[in-house]
Design a protein around this ligand. Sequence first.
Ligand SMILES: *Cc1c(COP(=O)(O)O)cnc(C)c1O
Length: 438
Amino acid sequence: MRFYSTNNLQATVTTEEALFHSMPVDKGLYMPTPLPHLGASFFERIAGDTLADIGYAISKELFGAEINSGDLEELTHKAFPFDTPVVDLEPGKIGVLELFHGPSLAFKDVGARYMAALMSYFSKRNDKEVNILVATSGDTGGAVAMGFHNVPGIRVSILYPSGRVSDLQEKQLTTLGGNVQAFEVDGSFDDCQAIVKQAFVDAELNATLSLSSANSINIFRLIPQGFYYVRAFGQVRKYGKPVIFSVPSGNFGNLSAGVMVQQMGLPISHFIASTNLNHVVPTYLESGIYSPKASVATISNAMDVGNPSNFVRLKHLYGDDFQRTSNNVSGFFYDDEETRAGMRRINELYDYVACPHTAIGIMGLQAYLKASEKDVAGISLATAHPSKFKPLVESVLEKSVGVPERLAILSQRIKQSIQIPADYQVFKESLLQTVSSH
Ligand SMILES: *Cc1c(COP(=O)(O)O)cnc(C)c1O
């Protein structure tokens, strides 16, 4: 499999290059080429399997020429020890695809763990330890830290702004130990990001360490997200209806992954892009005009994105054809007031507790079903466990929300971080020290 940059269709790179260097030098985004058409019958055949087996079957088609099948099978099973079940709210009409049964309780586990497993494979093959640097404002860092924890051949350094992440997020970053080192920066998220950026252009540091980023734009986080669309399809095909997906969206990685697997042949008949007030894509789908904006803060804050990084990927997938895009994707958006009301209604109607992002997905699906009057099996992606937004969900629903055991035990663990000022030289010395002491 090779990858082109959305800024240069001619110059393609290998799997390994796209994996370890998330972003092409021309600042485009990598896309797989050619995207293999596996056909509906291929997906019909594997859709009843576990998430890990589905992941293995598709990975073999994509990377079988570069990675032997024994290794591929092992790495997909290591990446996906959990399931992504569909919970019926209205059987055959509205289902919720729960993507939060992994370690950090959000769908980002799926992409982070697969990327980590692939990086581990190549680092072993090259017999070279890889150092991942990540700056996080809280959420993504947890999925990455947990995804890479105890993965052989990889060391992870996470930089986060001191005092500016939630207690639970901090525990996810700082209590793992082993190959994961947290740097607590006396500064903002932007300071953390600036330090990481400087590290990548520091020739001396790069001569000593093999540095890589686990950036959210890495195409290897998107590819595995296609696997759970297949798993969901397998759980609702018994209804014998066309299958549609509603995707609560921010940077539109999740939706791009769905369109990618649809183009590989998974029979998905329609998508719904559900957003909060950051609605540049729903507006584009109505008007054909894309005008990125500064993001506005909402209660579904993982979707507060004013200029979605994967919009350019969506455009490429549809050959820059607006008509084709808007025939395949409908958009809906909701403000905070509507989101709160939606969370309450979902709880009353279905006795289901949805996080604000998930509620927006379900609302978009309901709105589409009502407007189109289509008889379809609708699935809304549940992107995070409600306990990740415990204070908010509890105040909206006026009831308590349980925290899963695997997260609750974190609160008893002791935080371990290296505290540094927002200063690149201090970070560099400290990083070299921690690496050499292992
Ligand atoms: C990241 C995230 C989203 C948005 O997903 P994109 O792929 O960026 O569109 C939605 N919900 C939750 C809980 C998230 O963490």
